[in-house]
Ligand binder design. Structure first.
Ligand code: KG4
Ligand code: ZN
Length: 327
């Protein structure tokens, strides 16, 4: 079965071709450079970019996979959550191709796609992994799910304000480091060589052991106040980045650990752009070793937004029930 995946929920225009669970091609074109001067995604600019690039990105993904429109058996497209104008471009394009080629089209949840990205190109499948704790740590989401089967992902924790990646982006903005903040803050943290770590707040950790929600806006504000009264040197920036990253990673690790205890499951899948972070990956590996937890992480090329994860979930839904959630 040949599936064309389409993803346009935020600032990446992405298309992928999958054949029976195998990724044949995955193209991502990002408008991130256009948002850099604003320090965050500008929805209007993102949707205009999708409009401009959706056709060529899909065409290239098909060419890479040596497929043509007539070969496609299914179109899977992100239909939620995301920026409305951006989602509209992807879903309208998917419906147009569906209409022209008489191809079924299926809507896919972007966040669930990030969870399934852990199983792309890997030896393990999610079918073997169920039930597991699924976490999405990205620029738009920081959520925990108890994933029992493909149709039952129960939300057990989420951020009450900023997402973890959003906090990385905002801290980079406060320090004048550029956008997106995650990779820059990680590099700056690596460059820190002192031991006078700033004790930034770790929100909602003192709450009861089964409290699984996150909050990162207080941490961002604490960084802002610290920065205002600091000496504003490059060394100081590195120290702030290191201390901030430690605070985020600590909270994510502890909440995930609580989620594993709360659900009693022994398997964990963590997806999303922040999973690019080497320190977070290391801490999750240590957690899995210590507690004998089977850990699934996406390959780095599948951490950020991509359409392979959308094709994968769409194909699985379709095989489960050919008529499910058709747009
Ligand atoms: O999953 P993603 O591409 O888009 C959303 O669905 O949100 O995630 C983007 C987020 C951005 O906030 C970016 O700063 C963050 O992922 N990110 C990182 C790293 N690389 C990307 N955060 C921390 N460390 C990184 N190395
Ligand atoms: Zn995403």
């Amino acid at each position: 079965m040949v599936t064309l995946g389409i993803e346009t929920s935020c600032d990446e225009t992405a298309a992928a071709v999958m054949v029976d669970g195998k990724v044949l091609s995955s193209r991502v074109s990002s408008s991130v450079h256009l948002h850099a001067q604003y320090g965050g995604v500008v929805p209007e600019i993102a949707s205009r970019y999708h409009l401009e690039y959706i056709f060529s990105v899909c065409k290239k993904a098909l060419e890479d996979a040596k497929k043509r429109v007539k070969d496609i058996d299914l179109i899977a497209v992100t239909d939620s959550p995301g920026l409305p104008g951006s989602l509209l471009v992807g879903t309208a394009f998917a419906k147009a191709v569906s209409f022209a080629g008489n191809i079924p089209v299926i809507g896919v949840n972007h966040v669930f796609g990030h969870i399934l990205s852990c199983f792309l190109d890997g030896k393990d499948t999610e079918e073997q992994a169920f039930p597991f704790v699924g976490a999405v740590i990205s620029g738009g989401h920081t959520s925990l799910y108890h994933c029992k089967n493909l149709e039952d992902f129960a939300l057990i924790g989420r951020t009450k304000d900023d997402a973890a990646g959003e906090a990385f982006d905002k801290v980079a903005k406060i320090l004048g480091l550029g956008y997106p903040g995650g990779p820059i803050v990680e590099k700056r943290a690596e460059a820190f060589d002192g031991d006078d770590v700033i004790s930034f707040p770790r929100a909602l950790l003192k709450s009861s052991a089964d409290h699984l929600d996150f909050s990162f806006s207080g941490l961002k504000t604490a960084v802002m106040y610290y920065w205002r009264s600091s000496s504003k040197t490059e060394k100081e920036k590195n120290k702030i980045c290191f201390s901030f990253q430690e605070a985020v990673v600590d909270v994510v690790e502890k909440k995930i650990s609580r989620a594993l205890k709360h659900t009693g499951v022994k398997r964990l899948a963590v997806g999303g752009g922040v999973v690019n972070n080497g320190v977070l990956r290391k801490r999750l590996r240590a957690l899995s070793l210590k507690n004998k937890i089977e850990l699934y992480l996406p390959k780095k090329k599948y951490c950020g937004d991509n359409a392979a994860m959308i094709a994968s979930l769409g194909e699985k839904y379709y095989k489960l029930d050919g008529k499910k959630a058709l747009l």
